[in-house]
Structure formats: C-alpha cells, structure tokens
Ligand binder design. Structure first.
Ligand code: DC
Length: 213
C-alpha cells in the first residue's frame, strides 16, 4: 500500500464488521478504531457517575473526557453496554464531541486507517477511499450474538437476543442525527451465508480491486 488509504466500515450490530475490520487491519498493517467502543465508554462513564444516559450535560462532559486507555475494558463488550451506547449515541452534542477524536485518529495514521461504526462513511470520513457496508439477516446476526453469549456462559435466550438487536437497530437507524445508513458510494456485503473467512476473502478482493483503480 503506497498511499494513505482510509477504509470506512459501517453496519448494524453483529453484522461481522468488527471481525472484518480487525482482520483487515492486521492484513494491511494499518491501525483500527472500533468507534462503537467510544460510545460504549461514554455510557459507562455516565452511569459510573450515577448520572442518567439521557442527561445531555453529563453525557457531554463524559464524551469530552473520554480516556482512550480505558477502551480495552472487557465490561464494554456486553449487550447492556451496547444498548446504553445506542441510547447515548442519539445525543448530537455527544456525537460532536466524539467526532474530533475519530477524525484525529484517521488523520494521524501515517499509512492509513480502518474505522468501523454506523456513520463512518457518511459523517466521520465522508472522503474515505473505500466504504464498506456490512449487513446480514436479523436472524443470522442474532444467532451469532447468541453463540457469543453462550461462549461466555451468559444464558440469554435466542428470542431475547433477536428482540434486543432489532430494538437497537431501530434506534440507531431512526435517530435524527447520523443514523445508520448506507453511504451512496459504499460497497455492500451481506454476510448472512458467509463464514468469517469467506467474508474476509470477499472484502479483501473488493478492496484490492478498488486500490488498483
Ligand atoms: O458497534 P457497537 O455495537 O459497539 O456500537 C454500540 C452503539 O454505539 C450502537 O448501537 C450505536 C452507537 N454507535 C454510533 O452511534 N455510531 C458509531 N459510529 C458507532 C457506534
């Protein structure tokens, strides 16, 4: 990779975009930012201070004080953190406060960067060289999440996982600011019938073709 490539990956929860982004980042050798973790961390910090997730002032304070060193916190990975993140992500001032962090990350990366989230191709990096929108059926995504929960010994019924995913998708897609949507120039990949290796192969192929242009 000779020039600086920014790769934007968006999609709904459990679409497989995180796994793809991580593998691409290792393969191409550029840094990766999971932007969902930023929203998860803000929600965690608001709740830890005993504040309400809908409290704009408290949420903005937490967003401005975000500490990148805490993004590895395992507590950020679970479904409760994801739901709390989706609630806080509706607040325009929170999104604005996190925008600089995300753009700085993309700008600072010398050889390129991969960011994944909901609004990377549309808002955070509208000039990204490659935009990928990863999707999969609701049921396939719920099955994956359910298996992950089982692997961690969390007994959450499949029906409940499916319901939670649909509620979160609806919130992320219907909010008034930076909703989850496909960028006009995004490459679309449906991972419903693909395992992680197949999805990686398809995306790598798309990217290599785009880079040769
Ligand atoms: O990708 P994730 O599941 O970790 O994201 C958690 C929530 O954060 C998601 O439901 C909505 C919000 N989010 C967002 O609004 N914009 C992003 N770029 C990333 C995440």
């Amino acid at each position: 990779m000779s020039r600086k490539w920014i790769i934007a990956i968006d999609g709904p929860a459990a679409s497989g975009k995180g796994t793809l982004a991580r593998r691409l980042s290792e393969h191409i050798g550029v840094p990766y930012l999971d932007t969902g973790l930023l929203y998860r961390a803000v929600a965690r910090d608001v709740l830890a201070r005993g504040e309400n997730l809908e409290d704009v002032a408290a949420s903005v304070v937490a967003a401005k004080a975000i500490d990148a060193g805490t993004l590895g916190d395992l507590a950020l990975r679970g479904p409760l953190a994801g739901d709390a993140a989706s609630i806080i992500a509706k607040i325009p001032e929170v999104r604005a406060a996190l925008l600089d962090y995300q753009r700085d990350f993309a700008r600072a990366a010398e050889r390129g960067a991969i960011l994944d989230g909901r609004d990377i191709g549309t808002v955070v990096c509208p000039d990204a060289h490659i935009k990928i929108f990863v999707t999969a059926s609701d049921e396939a995504r719920a099955r994956r999440r359910h298996l992950e929960h089982q692997g961690r010994g969390e007994p959450i019924p499949y029906e409940r996982v499916l319901e939670d995913l649909r509620r979160r998708d609806a919130r992320d897609s219907n909010r008034s600011i930076a909703p989850l949507e496909v960028a006009a120039d995004a490459l679309l990949i449906d991972t419903t019938e693909l395992d992680p290796d197949q999805a990686f192969g398809v995306v790598l192929d798309l990217i290599e073709k785009r880079m040769q242009k």
